[in-house]
Design a protein around this ligand. Structure first.
Ligand code: NAP
Length: 696
């Protein structure tokens, strides 16, 4: 039987934490509305695609991880196309578009996307649409949404210009192979939903709604016209016709069965976590501070957990009990919280390559899943908001949710959802008539991710132990949500509160009895490059304000021990630039750092206090100001002595300012213009002599 000829294209994604995948899936879902058919595959499924023979246009969506590395799922593909023996015309038949995801708070922005892009070009492949570089630092959607919007026109053009014969050949061969689920346009959209939405979006309806509101004696409703908020909009948005994203197709069926789920444990073993005791917890700050810092010592002596200073540890923390409880109540599922969950794929789902999420274990209690498996604090994406709108009874609430996910409501989404760090529970509080099914939460909430903390110790000095430190992150109350602490840091602070020691306690003091020790799930998170230089005679400059000092405590402990054990070895000079707010309150590890200076481990400790003596003129306030004061030495170490510069801490401001200062130092020293300075700094990065471990 002849196959219907449809305009097909292929989407290939490389995702680390699911963002690239969900954007790829969104493109796939939107294809039908644009009269096209998409096949989709993860780049790791090498048996499902072959770019070498690909006749369809290909859309790549790839993220970047670590220090500009490809996500695990894209590594094989990148390696394959990087093969130097491939001829220059190897991919000359390939027409592609590429959407690269990255974060400008980190070095090597969108590096994986850029690498794939330039290599595809070198192999003769052609763009049919300009590459997009989306920045998670400012909001992926700022680039992603318009990029997807422009993609359809470009796809239609390239498909039209590609030989009809080729296209048909590709299509008919596709129709006979089973590698991709086939598209059924009739299933692509639930038409009744669409009708309801269009009806809602009509201006006349909005006017009616407003008239109804003005008749109402409800004071809250009356006041809503004054200013926009999460719940309410103002003109022009409140009067706009809206362009809303397609309703994501549902694909999961959730069964809740009354069977015993006793004895369930955290799915830790599978992912390499170990449950280890916290042998000590010490508050590192004193009195009334902007951020409370806490140091934890973990006893890893029973585990096979080797680490080097510069590595991090992943901590798996649960969602807060009260939030899980409130969510259960809000979903009307409190009585079923101990029921076992069974997940099935909806038989008639139109979602491409739908899969039961692997991070939600089968036959585990609902409460357990909401506690340990799903990131219930994550900011709902626009597609999720779109689905929530569909489960909302009250028409003005529904309209507001549609506004928040619409193109026209982008600024409101950024302001009241994204920047306000709103989570699904906040939306359910704000929109009481929204009653989503549990399956929607399972479909849309991402996997609960571990949080990484730098090791602040050396195992040479503390065998069987690892230390790490953190600030207790606080989100003050705002109109969008109540006051709360960061998920992991708040949980850790509560978890160790019974054993927390004041700063005055010597860090090396005796440990607690094991019975009193709270436990945490951790696994090592090694760094590929952020380590002391292999040659100990090379000088190093470390820049780590605030808790950014953590890895350098590990470096210095390691050095201290190595110096003790290798009296004949030559060790290079060591500089530490540290900054905090107040000398007497948050000078983290002050005694230990001064001791490193005293015993010669640390050659130079340069400290600044940003909020002491605010009126003093020309005082160095931040680490970069001290770097400038020591510019000659910094330049000598980097440009003459082949030393290394390490920067750790806040990526949003500090690391950028330090980078600018480095450019200035190099420019002054070598009398170079900005471009030449940038090349020199890029060279230092390439030689792994300018290393950053930054967090946003
Ligand atoms: P912080 O907020 O970065 O503040 C430390 C000092 O840096 C303060 O004196 C602050 O001054 C100053 N500062 C503010 N803006 C600056 C700028 N543009 N340039 C230079 N200094 C500036 O310290 P923190 O809260 O401890 O945060 C450190 C960062 O490191 C966080 O992002 C954290 O996630 C990350 N980190 C954590 C770990 C860990 O293992 N826990 C490890 C590595 C990095 P003012 O506030 O007075 O302006």
């Amino acid at each position: 039987m002849p196959c219907e000829v449809v305009a097909r294209f292929l989407i290939l994604y490389g995702s680390q934490r699911g963002q690239a995948q969900s954007i790829a899936e969104e493109i796939c879902e939107q294809a039908a509305e644009n009269g096209l058919t998409a096949d989709i595959s993860c780049l790791s499924n090498v048996e499902k695609y072959n770019v070498q023979n690909e006749t369809r246009p290909v859309v790549f969506v790839v993220s970047t991880t670590g220090d500009g590395d490809p996500p695990d799922t894209a590594q094989k593909f990148v390696k394959k196309i990087k093969n130097k023996s491939l001829p220059r015309d190897h991919l000359s038949h390939l027409h592609y578009a590429l959407l690269a995801l990255g974060d400008t708070n980190y070095a090597n922005f969108c590096n994986c996307g850029k690498t794939i892009d330039s290599r595809l070009q070198q192999l003769g492949a052609k763009h049919f649409y300009a590459t997009g570089h989306a920045d998670d630092g400012t909001g992926l959607e700022v680039v992603v949404d318009p990029w997807i919007e422009g993609l359809w026109e470009a796809l239609k053009k390239i498909l039209a210009s590609m030989s009809t014969v080729d296209q048909q050949a590709a299509t008919s061969s596709d129709c006979t192979q089973d590698s991709f689920p086939k598209h059924d346009s009739t299933q692509e959209r639930n038409m009744s939903d669409l009708a309801v939405d269009l009806h809602l979006l009509k201006l006349s309806e909005v006017e009616k709604e407003k008239a109804a509101r003005s008749d109402s004696s409800d004071a809250e409703t009356q006041s809503t016209t004054l200013a926009a908020s999460l719940k309410h909009s103002v003109p022009p948005l409140s009067q706009s016709v809206l362009n809303v994203p397609a309703l994501p197709p549902t694909y999961l069926e959730v069964l809740l069965e009354q069977v015993s789920t006793e004895g369930e444990t955290v799915p830790a073993d599978k992912e390499g976590y170990c449950e280890v005791p916290v042998s000590k917890a010490v508050q590192l700050t004193r009195g009334d501070v902007v951020k409370t810092a806490i140091l934890l010592e973990l006893d890893i002596s029973d585990q096979d957990m080797a680490y080097q200073p510069g590595d991090s540890f992943d901590v798996l923390c649960p969602n807060r009990e009260n939030e899980v409880e409130e969510l259960l109540v809000r979903l009307g599922l409190q009585m079923q919280k101990n029921n076992a969950v069974q997940l099935l794929l909806l038989k008639n789902t139109s979602k491409k390559a739908a899969k039961v999420p692997l991070h939600i274990p089968q036959n585990t209690s609902l409460q357990f899943i909401l506690t340990w498996c799903l990131e219930i604090r994550s900011v709902p994406k626009k597609a999720f908001v779109r689905s929530l709108a569909n489960c909302t009874q009250n028409s003005s609430e529904k309209r507001r949710l549609l506004e928040l996910c619409s193109k026209e409501g982008s600024a409101d989404y950024n302001c009241f959802v994204r920047n306000a760090n709103v989570c699904v529970l906040d939306l359910l509080r704000a929109f009481p008539s929204c009653l989503p099914p549990l399956s929607l939460l399972f479909e849309q909430l991402p996997k609960l991710q571990p949080r990484a903390y730098s090791a602040a110790s050396s195992s040479l000095q503390h065998p069987g132990k690892v230390n790490f430190m953190f600030n207790v992150v606080e989100f003050p109350a705002c109109p969008e949500h109540p006051a709360r602490t960061g998920l992991c840091t708040g949980w850790l602070a509560d978890h160790v509160s019974t054993i927390l020691l004041p700063l005055e306690t010597k860090l090396a003091s005796e440990c607690l009895g094991t019975s009193a020790q709270p436990k945490v799930y951790v696994r090592p998170h090694p760094s590929s490059i952020f380590h002391l230089p292999a040659d100990p005679s090379l000088p190093i400059v470390m820049v780590g304000p605030g808790t950014g000092v953590a890895p350098f405590i590990g470096f210095l402990q390691q050095r201290e021990k190595e110096r003790e054990e290798n009296k004949e070895t030559t060790f290079g000079e060591t500089w530490l630039f540290f900054g905090c707010r107040h000398k007497d309150k948050d000078f983290l590890f002050r005694d230990e750092l001064e001791n490193f200076v005293h015993n010669g481990t640390l050659s130079h400790l340069i400290v600044c206090f940003s909020r002491d003596e605010p009126d003093a003129v020309n005082r160095p306030r931040y680490v970069q100001h001290n770097l400038l004061l020591h510019a000659k030495n910094v330049a000598r170490i980097l440009l003459k002595d082949k030393g290394c510069l390490y920067v750790c801490g806040d990526g949003k401001n500090m690391a950028k300012d330090v980078n600018d200062t480095l450019l200035e130092i190099i420019g002054n020293e070598l009398q170079l213009d900005k471009l030449e300075c940038m090349k020199t700094v890029a060279g230092l990065r390439e030689e792994k002599r300018y290393l950053q471990d930054i967090w946003s």
